[in-house]
Design a protein around this ligand. Structure first.
Ligand SMILES: Nc1ncnc2c1ncn2[C@@H]1O[C@H](COP(=O)(O)OP(=O)(O)OP(=O)(O)O)[C@@H](O)[C@H]1O
Length: 159
């Protein structure tokens, strides 16, 4: 993995990659449910196999990080030990999350940590950190937004 400080985190692009319905999100949710935990890094390595939620699930049973292509369509490496510089400040506590945040700051690649204990998926890219909402929360918000729109439409139709 090469150091790349020119990549600017694009919040929309990152969220699109892990949106509900994508293969990557399905894989992340599977790992979360399996309670194995996981560390996923996107980067530019040679190709091994196609990405699938089932492959991710199986590979997350091993220690270490799983490295996928930048578009998350290929799984490149598994069981990988990451060595980000210890001098990089991290606000996290556990070793998985400290490694994830340091690697994200060091490389500017997207790093995803799936917590084994906390049931939480955290995204890191550069100094950007974001905890994914559960799908049930996203659906509740979407339903609320749709019903608000329906109310506005009804008012407009009556006007
Ligand atoms: N440098 C590293 N490179 C790759 N994987 C690592 C590294 N450091 C920790 N890990 C992964 O994190 C696991 C240990 O996670 P640990 O419980 O210490 O961290 P955590 O941040 O508290 O995560 P969790 O919430 O899942 O418990 C290891 O088994 C390994 O899979």
């Amino acid at each position: 993995m090469q150091e790349n400080t020119k990549r600017t985190p694009q919040f929309g692009d990152v969220l699109r990659l892990v949106a509900p319905g994508t293969q990557l999100r399905e894989g992340l949710e599977n790992v979360l449910r399996a309670k194995t935990g996981g560390l996923i890094v996107d980067g530019g390595f040679s190709i091994n196999c196609d990405f699938s939620p089932a492959h991710l699930y199986e590979l997350a049973k091993m220690d270490g990080a799983i490295i996928v292509s930048e578009d998350a369509k290929r799984i490149l490496y598994a069981n990988t030990q990451l060595f980000p510089p210890a001098s990089i400040h991290t606000s996290e506590t556990g070793t998985r999350h400290r490694t994830a945040q340091r690697t994200a700051i060091h490389t500017s690649y997207l790093v995803i940590a799936i917590s084994r204990r906390g049931n939480v998926i955290t995204l890191y890219q550069g100094n950007f950190r974001y905890v994914l909402n559960e799908i049930s929360v996203i659906l509740a918000k979407a339903n609320q937004a749709v019903s608000t729109l329906e109310k506005y439409k009804a008012v407009l139709d009556q006007a």
